[in-house]
Every structure is written in structure tokens, then in C-alpha cells.
Design a protein around this ligand. Structure first.
Ligand SMILES: Cc1ncc(COP(=O)(O)O)c(C=O)c1O
Length: 474
């Protein structure tokens, strides 16, 4: 039913019926009342607006007389179709909406046959039936606590399971009390910046970072210092030169370029942080997926001085729609977090937290992870095989071995924009990487990002075959 919410002023010189008439007329011209929309009955609108029926009836009569509405016998009044062009044009004028920015993730609104977007997961192997059952279980009346606010730090039992899981898979050492559940990486990171901002004037970051991280950092008064990226991760010399109070890193699989921070560099970074009493923010966004080699221990697991803040997400393991992430805070920041209790809201739903807890308690989460690791491992190998088969040796593939994406440098003389456009013309979406650079001067050979999580093996093969042709490499 159409909702009409005019601001009527009983004290105004203009009669109420005229105010209402003008409001409805304006809404129709602006396109906010579409053609064929049924107007509320006189009685209902009078009740809603708290006025007598007379002004409503008079306003409707006027609209009818002028052709703005038409009457359908035994049905009511309906908005008429206005003059052609009138509506669309006015809509645009009213809402001069800018175009949305280009997405660097795989988009669920655009449809391209082969979308190598980063951020997609394999939705076909999601345990739909189990999750339907678990969510149903959470919504039984005996679980009515689920309808309340929940624990502001995140459900305690879920935190205990996450602590166990992180210990087993990433070597993280923490108690459940150190974990703060968040509604996605940026929400968690935002909270962390709030907690540490009084200690941090310079923040050192990898020279290329995820776009969300980049824009979040810009909202804080940190002086940002880019860290060079080498084959074995960030330049430690740059860290030392930065004189930073905190360092942001993705050590397991640098985003976007995919290198792994070597163990030697990990130890040096930890030593530097301990001596300087600086923080290390470790974003382990896809550390649970490593193929062929043993998982590299997280920085947090090697930290003896409480300088590392570990950050993770369930976006890869379950799906980004869950909006579930976590921070593992060292004791110094934990104390601050507890003091801030009243200025922090838990944004992730207790219902989904509880469902995840049940999923973990049943052992299904572990089984799901084993299955997904095998599945993504296969897709990763298929992608590498296809790249090797279709591209010459001069093309470079970087960042393989973990996570859900790799990088391709075709080395064919095309720049990044040309690569993305050429791919799009043959129905393949690949993604630019220069958008992740912290400063415009930083440059890399033309590199595109290929996410493989959301594509089937045959789609990966077909997509890479098309890419090779359009990049002139076959
Ligand atoms: C570096 C990095 N961290 C985290 C995420 C995931 O964030 P979220 O937890 O908001 O899904 C992404 C997704 O693009 C990412 O690139």
C-alpha cells in the first residue's frame, strides 16, 4: 500500500486540502508515486494523517478533476500515467544521482560469462541444508535470547570456538576474552584504529593495500608511510626508516600482490616492534587456504611481546554475506576496549553468531573447511595449468600457492586499462591492481588480478583460453 507522508500545517494560510493536493501532485510529477499506484482510501489517509475526511476528499476531487488520478469502479483511485517524458526527466532532476564507483570485487549485479573477481566464493558447495537447519534451530522460541542484543564483545561460546580454531589452524595464542567479533574486516579495523589512535601518529602500510583499508586509513589523522614490496614481503629497511608507531601487513598472502612474508622478515619485524613498542596489525584475510606447502605460522603466534593484533574474517570460509570477522587484541588494547564498552556496538547479528557456533560445535565447520580447501586447491591448480598452457613463459604469474586469487603480468605491451578492456570484450572480467597503490607514483608492470573462488574448473579453463587469445599470447 502506498504510504503518503505530507507535512501538513494546520496553522498555515493555505487550506489543508490544498497542501495535500500539492503534495500528491508533486510526488506524482517526481515519479515517487508511480503510474497505477493505488491511493489509500479517504478514511485510511484521514486516519493516518490525523485530519478529518473532508480535506482528503477535497484533495482527491481536485486531483481527479485535473486528471492526476483516475477512478476505477469498486476499487478506488489510481495514479494516472503522466505526459511522456515528464516522469523520467523529473526523476533524474530530483535525484541527480552520481554513478556508483566501479567495483573491484566480483559483482553480483553485472553478468559476464567469466568473472575472475576477487571476493567470490564457491556458492555451489555451501552447506545450504545444514545452515537452513541451524538458523531454524536458532529461531526456536526456546532460543528467544537470540532476539536480544547479545554480548557486545561477541557471543562468548563462539569466541571460545574461534580461539580454538585459530590456535589449531594458525597457531594463534589467545584466550576467548581477547577476541572481539566484528561485522567484517573494516568494522573490526575501524574499532582497532579507535583503540590505538592515541598511540599512533605514523602508520606504515604495504605500498599496495585493499581499497577498503586505504579509504579507512584516510579517515584517521595518521601519517601514512608506504612500505616497498619485495618477493619475500615488505621491505624491513622501509619499516625501520618509517619510524612508524604501527605497521599494517597481510603477511600470509599480501593483498593484492600475493607474496608471503618470509620467516626471517617475520622475526625482524617482531623484534623491531618489541623494541619500539610499535603495533603490528596482521590481516590474515585468507590464511586458512594454503596449497601444497605447510601453512606459515601467523605473526601473532611468534609474538612474545604482545605487539601483534590479529585480524581475520569468515568471508572466505563461509561467505562475505555473513559479515563476521574477529580481532584478537593484545592485553594492553583489551583493557582499553573494555573501558570503551559504552561507545561500542556489536554490529554482527547474534542469530548468525549462534548459528556459526552450532556449525562449529557439530564439527561441520571443520569438515566444510577441509572440503573447501581441497576444492580451492583444485581450482588453483587448474588456473595455473591453464595459464601455463595458454601463456608463454614471458608472462608472469605471481602470488600463487594460497588464497583465492593470483596475479597475471602478460608482458604483451598492453597497459592495465587495455588488458581489462580487451578481456571484457571477449566476456572475461579481470581486475586492475594499480587501484590498490597507496601513492600514485608507485608502479608495477601491467598486472591484473584473477580471483578463482567463484568459477567452476571448466569456466576457469575457458576464461583463460579466451584471455590468452585477446591478449595476443596464443
Ligand atoms: C585484504 C582484505 N582483507 C579482508 C577482506 C574481506 O573483508 P570482509 O571481512 O569485510 O569481507 C578483503 C576483501 O576484499 C581483503 O581484500
Amino acid at each position: 500500500m502506498l504510504q503518503l507522508t505530507p507535512k501538513l500545517d494546520e496553522g498555515a494560510k493555505e487550506a489543508l486540502y490544498l497542501q495535500l493536493y500539492r503534495y500528491i501532485q508533486g510526488e506524482m510529477i517526481a515519479g515517487r508515486i508511480p503510474a497505477d499506484a493505488r491511493l489509500p482510501s479517504i478514511r485510511r489517509l484521514a486516519e493516518t494523517l490525523g485530519v478529518s475526511r473532508t480535506p482528503v476528499a477535497l484533495a482527491y476531487d481536485q486531483l481527479l478533476a485535473e486528471g492526476y488520478v483516475i477512478s476505477k469502479p469498486r476499487s478506488g483511485l489510481y495514479a494516472a500515467e503522466l505526459e511522456t517524458g515528464n516522469r523520467a526527466q523529473t526523476l533524474e532532476q530530483t535525484y541527480a544521482t552520481p554513478s556508483p564507483p566501479r567495483a573491484y570485487h566480483a559483482s553480483h549485479t553485472e553478468s559476464v560469462p567469466y568473472d575472475f573477481g576477487y571476493g567470490s566464493i564457491d556458492v555451489h558447495h555451501f552447506p545450504w541444508t545444514k545452515w537452513r537447519r541451524l538458523v531454524n534451530q536458532c529461531l526456536l522460541p526456546e532460543n528467544n535470547r537470540m532476539l536480544l542484543y547479545g554480548d557486545w564483545q561477541g557471543e562468548a561460546e563462539l569466541r571460545a570456538h574461534i580461539a580454538q580454531y585459530l590456535h589449531q589452524t594458525r597457531g594463534v595464542r589467545c584466550t576467548p576474552d581477547q577476541i572481539v567479533i566484528g561485522a567484517g574486516t573494516y568494522h573490526s579495523l575501524d574499532l582497532l584504529f579507535q583503540l590505538m589512535k592515541k598511540d599512533v601518529s605514523t602508520l606504515a602500510l604495504e605500498a599496495a593495500v585493499n581499497d577498503g583499508v586505504k579509504s579507512l586509513v584516510q579517515q584517521y589523522p595518521f601519517a601514512c608511510h608506504p612500505l616497498g614490496l619485495e618477493n619475500d614481503g615488505i621491505s624491513i629497511q622501509d619499516v625501520v626508516n618509517s619510524a612508524a608507531d604501527a605497521v599494517y601487513v597481510t603477511p600470509s598472502h599480501q593483498f593484492p600482490f600475493g607474496m608471503t612474508l618470509s620467516i626471517g622478515k617475520r622475526m625482524k619485524l617482531l623484534k623491531w616492534a618489541a623494541e619500539r613498542r610499535a603495533y603490528i596489525i596482521e590481516n590474515d584475510y585468507d590464511g586458512e587456504f594454503r596449497y601444497g606447502t605447510r601453512p606459515i605460522p601467523s605473526l601473532q603466534s611468534l609474538d612474545e611481546s604482545g605487539r601483534v593484533i590479529y585480524l581475520g574474517t569468515f568471508s572466505r570460509a563461509l561467505g562475505p554475506a555473513f559479515r563476521l570477522s574477529y580481532l584478537v587484541l593484545p592485553p594492553s588494547l583489551l583493557d582499553r576496549f573494555w573501558k570503551k564498552q559504552h561507545s561500542y556496538d556489536q554490529l554482527s547479528s547474534p542469530i548468525l553468531q549462534k548459528a556459526l557456533l552450532l556449525f562449529m560445535q557439530s564439527g561441520d565447520f571443520e569438515r566444510h573447511m577441509r572440503k573447501m580447501r581441497t576444492l580451492y586447491h583444485r581450482k588453483h591448480d587448474v588456473l595455473l595449468e591453464a595459464l601455463t598452457k595458454h601463456f608463454p613463459k614471458s608472462a608472469k604469474v605471481i602470488g600463487a600457492g594460497s588464497g583465492l586469487h593470483v596475479l597475471l603480468q602478460p608482458g604483451n605491451g598492453m597497459d592495465e586499462v587495455e588488458l581489462v578492456q580487451a578481456a571484457e570484450q571477449v566476456g572475461v572480467k579481470v581486475y586492475p591492481t594499480s587501484v590498490y597503490a597507496l601513492s600514485p607514483e608507485w608502479s608495477m608492470p601491467a598486472t591484473v588480478l584473477l580471483g578463482f573462488g567463484g568459477l567452476a574448473e571448466e569456466e576457469i579453463r575457458a576464461g583463460i583460453g579466451l584471455l590468452a587469445k585477446t591478449f595476443g599470447r596464443e
